[in-house]
Write a protein that binds this ligand. Sequence first.
Ligand code: URA
Length: 216
Amino acid sequence: MPPQLRVYVPDHPLIKHWLGVARDVNTPGVLFKTAMSELGRWLTYEATRYWFPTLETTVNSPLAVCNATLINPQVPIAVIPILRAGLSLLDGAQTVLPVASIYHLGLVRDEETLENSCYLNKLPEKFAPNTQIIILEPMLATGGSIMRAMEEIAQREADISLVRIISVVAAPPALQQLNTHYPSLNVYTAIIDEGINEQGYIVPGLGDAGDRAFGT
Ligand code: URA
């Protein structure tokens, strides 16, 4: 059977709560930022829950030597926030993965053509083998920005099966494109919404995540 994109929607009361807060048009900017940060935290937690590079070792407790499972320091962890909106998930993700390297990728969408262009690219020339990659992109809408980001990441020798996308709201057009081009990817999202409108916004969605997070 051909590989198929895996999309996880964790059934977690905190994720549902903060999604509800983020969706509410009456939520003030400061609380919206908190909601996105919390979603970044809990979705990253869920994304690392079942598979992550650990090693078995021993440590000395104050009383005795005992077995310990630790994050393997030899395996690089890369977190890639897609600017602007992806920044709103970053501090939450970093509370879960403080040792990760952060590679900023700045993409901007032309509101008329809906085409994306890259204005900042801090990705490495190539990713070391086995690098665990976590992309922060809260809104998977038309798929334009995530497909552009995936192009940049794939051409740097990333193992796509080790790439996890953290999103808050995902819509079918983006998920379909990812499934067609990168079926071994893993997506973690708080919800899958019905679709997008003519302006490329997810409905019901939560509006413009970047504008709401940064108040601009
Ligand atoms: N980007 C956003 O911020 N919101 C959407 O609904 C779609 C893309």
